[in-house]
Design a protein around this ligand. Structure first.
Ligand code: P53
Length: 476
């Protein structure tokens, strides 16, 4: 008897903005990432878009990406060969609403997703759909400063309603926004926000997040009216923040950092801003503008499950001088944990942190959890005989799955596990292809050269075995 339930949703995860390509095909409008280059050049437009977006670059990795738009049949077939029970994917908002403010959706966009869901059905793969994965139409970022404008609620609800009406009978699991707390770390892709140095950054980010929260609740209301069976999830970029030492100031600092990520999930899971938010907003100088009815909507339409990404734990000190040594390897500033190793991109590796995080989140909310992202971005080499020995990835995944199962033994109800970038895709943070997460290799480099051929890595066969044994055999 395996520990995990028989209907445990094993699978992988991708996002439209990092996989589809076909960026201007069949009526699609510009996505936020379509203006971002790869490598070192990406940092400025990503983190300082008011300056960086005005620059022209030679190469934009999202324009073709791995061309999932034209390869989806082959790719889904490969997922099925691994035994996937689920695929988390996102819908490109600007493929359906090119400028974001249209009344009617782009039919050609819908027809593409019809075919995706047909193909998933053919292989008995359950779709997990993220409605907004870093994919607010660029036009709304440029014209309205994205989610800072309350009109975004209306546009999002219109878009989500189209999705629920068309796919609400065939898609059960929906995630309203990817990594909602990412708006505090990369506000451009999180919220379509173009913030200037002279702007009141905190006010803009938290106000925009409030609009996303209200939009998420309104979407939940509509989804349930269309099909009460639909399950709606929130999504957190998770990773427990540890105190740097047992000094009480460090413990308090870690608690505050954890609250900075949980604040949005507190709203989505419990239906109201937490008690600590009052002081927090006051100290940040944030004055949320709410409309009458917002609080009631948030209270009434909470989420059914909590999904999250987990790549690493984080480390925080109560001492401002020590905190100056924080690195920014993965968009979350963190001290270096001396007990952990790190990837080539400096992301610290902490399997036990996944068990800690699962337990913390469940203790806090008592709702079913879903790990919808986890994995290792690394450099892969193709051998002469077309094999790829990615033992480092297998080790990472095996150790994380082992801790995931420990958490289930601890009593955490877990719906499933979809590993990130199950096929190599463009990195969100760096725009590189070289940072690969997949079980399936895609022949394409950082400059966009390559055949786009798909190759099974060693991890492909390993994950196939894991799924087949429902997580009983994690050996490698
Ligand atoms: P990349 C940073 C830290 C944690 C999660 O990231 C993050 C990021 C953004 O870089 O985002 C999620 O591709 C996100 C995915 C993203 C994935 O992590 O930078 O939901 O879109 O690709 C991995 O290595």
């Amino acid at each position: 008897m395996s520990i995990l339930k028989n209907n445990f949703l094993w699978g992988g995860a991708i996002a439209a903005n990092q996989s589809e390509g076909a960026y201007n095909v069949n009526g699609k409008g510009l996505s936020l990432v379509d203006l971002l280059p790869a490598g070192e050049d990406r940092k400025e437009p990503l983190f300082n878009p008011s300056i960086g977006l005005n620059k022209k670059f030679d190469f934009y990795p999202s324009h073709e990406s791995i061309d999932f738009y034209h390869h989806y049949e082959e790719d889904i077939k490969l997922f099925s060969e691994m035994g996937f029970k689920a695929l988390r994917l996102s819908i490109s908002w600007p493929r359906l609403f090119p400028n974001g403010d249209e009344i009617e959706p782009n039919q050609e966009g819908l027809e593409f997703y019809d075919k995706i869901f047909d193909t998933l059905e053919k292989y008995n793969i359950e779709p997990i759909v993220t409605i907004n994965h870093f994919d607010t139409p660029y036009n709304l970022a440029e014209k309205l400063n994205g989610w800072y404008d309350r009109k975004l609620i209306e546009y999002y609800v219109r878009y989500a309603t189209v999705l629920f009406k068309r796919y609400g009978q065939r898609v059960k699991y929906w995630i309203t926004h990817n990594e909602i707390n990412m708006i505090l770390h990369i506000p451009y892709i999180g919220g379509g926000l173009i913030i200037k140095d002279s702007d009141d950054k905190n006010q803009i980010m938290y106000q925009a997040a409030h609009h996303q929260l209200v939009a998420s609740s309104l979407a939940t209301k509509i989804a349930k009216e269309i099909n009460p069976e639909i399950q709606i999830g929130c999504m957190l970029a998770a990773g427990e923040v540890y105190p740097n030492t047992c000094h009480p100031d460090d413990v308090m600092a870690a608690l505050s950092k954890n609250r900075e990520q949980y604040i949005f999930i507190d709203v989505q899971a419990r239906g109201e801003y937490p008690s600590y938010s009052k002081r927090m907003f006051k100290e940040l100088g944030v004055n949320l503008e709410k409309q009458s009815g917002d609080d009631e909507i948030l209270k009434t339409y909470t989420v059914d499950f909590i999904s999250f990404s987990y790549y690493s734990s984080r480390l925080e000190s109560g001492d401002t001088e020590i905190n100056q040594n924080k690195g920014n390897a993965n968009a979350f500033a963190s001290l270096k944990n001396p007990y952990l190793e790190a990837s080539n991109w400096g992301w610290q590796i902490d399997p036990v942190g996944l068990r800690v995080t699962l337990n913390q989140i469940y203790d806090r909310y008592q709702k079913p959890l879903f790990i919808v992202e986890n994995g290792l971005g690394e450099i892969d080499e193709v051998n002469n005989d077309n094999t790829i020995n990615d033992r480092y990835r297998i080790k990472y995944l095996s150790e994380h799955l082992n801790q995931m199962i420990e958490a289930v033994k601890d009593g955490v109800p877990l719906i499933g596990y979809t590993s990130w970038g199950c096929i190599d895709i463009v990195s969100a943070g760096s725009g590189e292809m070289k940072k690969r997460y997949g079980f399936i290799y895609v022949d394409r480099d950082n400059q966009g050269n390559g055949t786009l051929n798909r190759i099974r890595k060693d991890s492909f066969y390993w994950y196939q075995k894991v799924i087949k044994t429902n997580g009983e055999d994690l050996s490698f």
